[in-house]
Design a binder for this molecule. Structure first.
Ligand SMILES: C[S@@+](CC[C@H](N)C(=O)[O-])C[C@H]1O[C@@H](n2cnc3c(N)ncnc32)[C@H](O)[C@@H]1O
Length: 404
């Protein structure tokens, strides 16, 4: 995925300084968000599709000039350099230059007035089924927007204070929202660990758990650790588990930076068993991640078809196994950053019968959530097109369960 390849120490951008890496990531994301529109404009200027390297250079050039307002000559020169740097495309440098100059004559409406790009067919079908044509179009419009940066506070009672210090918006759910973030690590509070970056929707599953201070809590799919940090900050005695050693390393780095010391387990949840039961379990299950397309616009290109079966089996098996690790009266929060009901609503309906779990409806208003976002069972369904005037949120499903 785009974010991983940008961050990786052996990745293609490893030699760039952090500010240039961030710029490269943001430019790639902007290009991907508008790619069908950009391709339609480029097709007007070319007789046939050039090799991918030249096409991608022109795609990025179009995003820079038309959407980002970068002066044309700089963006065109960079695209020409990219074409020249490869044997396969150096003969196309003249064409790239000519098309780039034509892009320089366009204004932003040339792209923004075009139809909103649609999701890949298989995914779109599932979303239309769940949310109807209008809901799907609203979600697709939301995917075009550059998402704001949200922060979760270590001490949620200091929301107003930190909002003022950082010039941020304090959301009703308690997250802070930065509309013009700049360099995150240079912001007040980063060094001292007063907050961490986490989408406002992603911060909700832990909030559903209520007061967990002093409770023994398992974070079953923990990496990279955003929710582990929330659990630690809430005073829980946390065990963080994840299958991936590399991703668990990030949990360790993230929690250490904040001064938290959860117990760490690198293990497969399908084979692991705890020594003692837990008061609460957070199961933030692996899923299609279709709720995060606005932050990961490469996702529809990386996984255009929906092969959900292995994920659905894993989610259901994890739910049923974890149900056996709860103390009587304990609670589990199940969450997925997916827009597809088969990974959310339907998983919970399936899990209730073979386990002694019952659904415990969430008090949406008390958590700052709009009551319409609550589904009939009492769970919460969040969508990227919610809070459009504020900049949206990731798509999520979250349900609270009690062990009888
Ligand atoms: C949605 S992510 C978790 C995000 C995390 N809770 C957070 O807030 O930062 C799902 C995680 O499940 C982990 N995972 C996948 N299969 C697993 C398994 N069989 N056992 C344990 N963890 C697994 C993945 O490595 C991935 O880190």
């Amino acid at each position: 995925m785009l974010g991983d390849s940008v961050q990786r120490e052996d990745g293609p951008l490893a030699k760039l300084v952090p500010a240039d890496r961030a710029r490269a990531q943001s430019l790639a994301a902007l290009t991907l968000r508008h790619m069908p529109r950009i391709d339609a404009v480029l097709a007007e200027f070319m007789d046939h599709k050039p090799p991918l390297r030249a096409l991608n250079a022109l795609r990025v050039c179009a995003a820079e000039i038309v959407l980002d307002g970068i002066p044309a000559h700089g963006a065109v020169n960079a695209a020409v350099e990219i074409a020249r740097a490869s044997q396969k495309t150096k003969h196309l440098a003249g064409m790239v230059n000519a098309v780039g100059r034509k892009l320089g004559e366009l204004d932003v409406s040339a792209l923004q007035d075009m139809p909103v790009p649609q999701l890949p067919k298989a995914l779109r079908g599932a979303i239309v089924k769940a949310f109807g044509p209008e809901g799907t179009e609203a979600i697709e419009r939301a995917h075009l927007e550059r998402p704001p940066v949200d922060l979760t506070l270590r001490d949620p009672s200091k929301g107003a204070e930190w909002a003022e210090k950082l010039g941020a918006e304090l959301l009703p759910t308690g997250s802070l929202r930065l509309h013009q973030p700049g360099q995150i690590s240079a912001l007040d509070g980063f060094e001292e660990g007063a907050w961490w970056v986490q989408d406002a929707a992603a911060a909700m599953p832990v909030r559903l758990m209520g007061d967990i201070s002093g409770k023994r809590v398992l974070d079953l799919c923990a990496a990279p650790g955003g929710k582990t940090m929330q659990l630690c900050a809430a005073g829980a005695d946390v065990t963080a588990l994840d299958l991936s050693p590399e991703r668990m390393h990030r949990v360790m780095e993230n929690t250490r930076r904040m001064g938290f010391r959860p117990r760490m387990e690198v293990a497969n949840a399908m084979h692991w068993t705890p020594d003692e039961p837990f008061d609460a379990i957070l199961l933030d299950a692996p899923c299609s991640a279709t709720g995060t397309i606005r932050r990961h616009p490469d996702l529809p290109y990386v996984r255009p078809s929906l092969d959900l079966k292995p994920l659905l089996d894993l989610q259901q098996n994890m739910l049923q196994r974890a149900a056996g690790w709860l103390k009587p009266g304990g609670q589990m929060v199940y969450a997925t950053c997916s827009l597809i009901p088969a990974e959310g609503e339907r998983q919970i309906a399936r899990a209730l019968e073979p386990t002694d779990l019952v659904e415990a409806p969430v008090d949406a208003a008390a958590l700052g959530l709009t009551p319409e976002w609550q589904v009939s069972t009492g769970a919460i369904r969040l969508r990227p097109d919610y809070w459009p005037e504020r900049g949206g949120m990731d798509g999520f499903y979250m349900a609270r369960l009690h062990k009888q």
